[in-house]
Design a protein around this ligand. Sequence first.
Ligand code: UFG
Length: 318
Amino acid sequence: MTLFIVGGAGYIGSHMVKLAHLAGHEVITLDNLSTGHKDAVLYGKFEYCDIQDSNRLSELFKKYQPDAVMHFSAYSLVGESMTDPYKYYQNNTVGTLNLLKAMIDHDCKKFIFSSTAAVFGNPEYTPIDETHPKAPINPYGKSKLMIEQMLEDFDSAYGLKYVVFRYFNAAGEDLDGELTERHDPETHLLPLIMQTVRGEREVISIYGNDYDTKDGTCVRDYIHVKDLSRVHLQGVEYLMQEGSGDSKVYNLGNGEGFSVKEVIEKVREITGVEFNVIEANRRAGDPATLIASSKSAKKELGFAPQINKLEDIIKSLV
Ligand code: UFG
């Protein structure tokens, strides 16, 4: 297959590029390098492209005629989306609409989309399955939910077939040590804790200790980036099957929730390093608990996470 991996220079995208290449596919990364790194694209071809640029997209679709598009290129910080919603709707929603238009124009009708647990808002029950009500509490989640809704209409009207994956908390690094997580600024819990372990930061802050959870801190379901990449390949293979039929939406996590305090304790235990922790105010836009039910992805796609223990995810960072 010839695959466009949009956002292939980013954290999850670069793992996808590696896995898809090793699986024998022709991989072309499209990225505007706004948050990604060109040197993270270790395999396949790289084409500079901003998804807002229709002419450039058109040129690239003509040149490569991809069989499918995997779309990882999005701003994804909940906190930032609260203070700069324009950035999120403009890039995530409008940019994706533009990409979808280019696909339809060039008769490319297989799409893998990175969505998020943030489409659910504060859960009414956990683990969260695919039919759980969608009530995002931040612009990031709303920007992604709008795309999910657009996709339903693009399927009905233009026959665009898709698999949407809603990630819970993507974490971990490449086990071969070829790829690392490099966000600037870094805002995610695990990489920030690891910076504190290495002495690159003085302290890790716990954002909020008065949530309605086991110890008052937010609970998340961490999933290793390699397991995410693997199931994306299964998703694209499903779409490429002759007469594959329906578009699908899947939640992806390990089905187990860890509080911020538990994550900190686990890192202390594994590294044996004592580091400074302070309790700080809540971060706006954070739901208390997000735990996935991935039963559908397991049953229908054969999703089988291999690095599914928090301990092993942390070890991939050490
Ligand atoms: N946290 C801290 N201290 C920090 C950083 C984070 O206490 O220094 C807390 C957050 O408040 C949150 C938890 O750790 O409760 C996890 O925070 P992350 O920033 O690592 O991840 P998020 O849960 O905010 O977001 C991630 C992705 C989103 C996705 C979301 C879905 O970045 O794209 O998971 O669960 F939408």
